[in-house]
Design a protein. Sequence first.
Length: 289
Amino acid sequence: METIKNRYEFVMLFDVENGNPNGDPDAGNMPRIDSETSIGIVTDVCLKRKIRNYVEIVKEGEPGYNILIKADKALNTKFTEIYKENSLDLINKGKDKNPDDVKKAREFACKNYYDVRTFGAVMSTGEDPCGIVRGPVQINFAKSIDPIFTQEITITRQARTTEERQESGETEMGKKSFVPYGLYKAEGYVSALLANKSTGFNEEDLELLWTAIINMFEHDRSAARGKMCLRKLYVFKHSSILGNCPAHILFEKIDIKKKEGIISPRKFDDYSISVNDEMPDGVTLISKL
């Protein structure tokens, strides 16, 4: 499959209803917010995790679509396995490795792991390093369109964890944090230049990326996250590898506002989305959803 030849930018709009889209460990796992503006935040790491999980589900066992970043075994162990599988030097360690072997290991990682080919990876650790890969696909933090109201409610549970706690009564209290409603916008980039220079990210990989984004919440349900939906996916396709227009100009062509009379949005229909479809020369707008 041919490596991509066009630069892309994309915009994702997703919402959450009565859920916690991305808990903050530094704030008791409350939904992440900008402390100055109360704008909600979902990190790029959180979104990439959902994309990885979807790819792993639909491509399980298929060569070239393994996932490197997941909680199965230590990364350094995986790097050593790459050296063994490709009969590379296992005697010299770390900085003493032959650069050609490191390059071969890096190329194998790009070919074998979808997330390395897509997002890149730091694989320069341990005794059998595989180098560093800059991925062609990058995603910004998602931010809510309006300030979000984070709410905490008290819940009860009947199942106690210890005999001592069981003796104190049949139920105990707990807390649950959530956002009643929030509409979030995330922006992303696909660099054909990096795809051609480093990872070989191809047209099939690209289509899988769009499919994974559209479906990334469908197999990630939990009581904590509530109802999360990918509402819109806008893709800006450039006619060249280097691109035909600065990304920020394209992002600004999508405007999201509360409808007149709406004070506290509680559903997607409380917003109006206007898209300026007059594109610069060489750029095409594609609405994927």
